[in-house]
Design a protein around this ligand. Sequence first.
Ligand code: 5GP
Length: 185
Amino acid sequence: MAPMMDDVAKVLLDEATIQAKVRELAARIAEDYAGKELTLVCILKGAVLFAADLLRALPLPVEIDFMAISSYGRGVRTSGVVRILKDLDHSIEGKHVLVVEDIVDSGLTLSYLLETLSSRQPASMKVCVLLDKPERRVVDLTPDYVGFEIPDEFVIGYGLDYAEKYRNLPFIGVLKPEIYAATGE
Ligand code: 5GP
């Protein structure tokens, strides 16, 4: 972990804070879906740690499926163009779906996804995001469950990457500016 830590300017949310929030969200979700069967749709790759922790904290009958999407390019800002790289394995028709995403920024990625998924006629569909940057929103989208509202800073760790690195950090942090400068993105 040490070489990666050298790249981190500050820790925004530490491991204990994140884990406590996951338990809190799981308790709310369990209450809201009591008596129902839930399907978590984990958006790869960023939400994989969050979805795994949430899944294990949910005392409900729950299935998980995965979808991989990509906005073109791997820079800091999303382009708004979304491509499905891997679709769900199973139909969500008639299911109670909870989309689990790492972060909502402009909201373009999620609104595209929700539109696609709702056309498949789930019984219900809600969204759970770990992080929300509400000031950056360009579309009208309010997630049903939000872990933390954060300021407009590019964050890494706990599933979130910069150029595919740092996903394995157990906390959410901000990189030193020279890291971006070094890769030119
Ligand atoms: P949106 O379409 O809402 O602008 O962007 C959502 C996607 O952009 C997220 O799923 C994530 O992949 C990426 N993204 C937005 N903000 C950040 C950030 O601060 N850090 C990282 N690592 N990815 C981000």
